[in-house]
Design a protein. Structure first.
Length: 221
């Protein structure tokens, strides 16, 4: 009888130790995730703020020269990336602060949809802007006269607006088709339905986003 009691106590203690180790491991992973998110957000905001000041100063200097178009594109890219770090980082920190309990703080999935739209928009738009910058530089080097006439400041601003509009349209497309964004496996962010797509529409939305990103990268090369 004493042996069985000792065996039970030993098993219980071992279970407590294992449970404690698992809890500590999960807590450590959570702290690392929160810390990395905060660091990434802070570094992104600070670096983009510095870049924005430099670009504004350079634009004032080269406002009426051929470099103005490139500086406008670069400024648009920096502003977009700055907002991406600020908004997505803030949303991620809020999710961690809420213990990633989406069922409690987002029962209607409105925050998840907003988070998904932000992730898609700020994921795609900088790539599109980067490809535009590459095309602009290529035209500026190979066809300087065409660059002067076709890429004035008003044309560049129009292209920036159309690029932001395209990124927003792709990001809003799931909601326009009544397809909510999905909480991902880590439960810290929302994106397209990558796990268990319901039908071909879910697959098509993911493919569309991926193809646009890949095309933007290829053009940038």
């Amino acid at each position: 009888r004493k042996v069985s009691i000792m065996s039970y106590n030993g098993s219980a203690n071992a279970g407590c130790v294992v449970s404690s180790d698992v809890c500590n491991d999960n807590c450590t992973k959570k702290e690392v995730s929160v810390t990395s998110t905060a660091i990434s957000m802070t570094v992104g905001i600070v670096s983009n703020t510095l870049a924005l000041f430099i670009l504004i100063k350079a634009y004032r200097r080269f406002r009426f020269k051929s470099k103005a178009a490139f500086l406008l594109f670069a400024t648009g890219l920096v502003v977009t990336d700055f907002l991406g770090h600020l908004i997505n980082g803030s949303l991620a920190l809020y999710v961690y602060a809420s213990q990633k309990d989406w069922e409690t703080f987002d029962p209607h999935k409105s925050l998840c949809d907003f988070f998904g739209v932000c992730m898609a928009f700020f994921g795609l738009t900088p790539l599109l802007l980067g490809s535009l910058m590459a095309v602009e530089r290529c035209i500026g080097v190979t066809h300087p006269l065409l660059h002067t006439t076709a890429l004035g400041s008003h044309h560049v601003k129009r292209l920036l607006g159309l690029t932001w509009l395209l990124g927003l349209l792709v990001a809003l497309l799931p909601l326009l088709l009544q397809r909510s964004y999905q909480v991902q496996r880590s439960r810290s962010w929302c994106f397209f339905r990558l796990q268990g797509p319901r039908d071909w529409v879910d697959v098509l939305l993911t493919i569309l986003f991926s193809v646009l990103c890949l095309l933007a990268l290829l053009v940038s090369l």
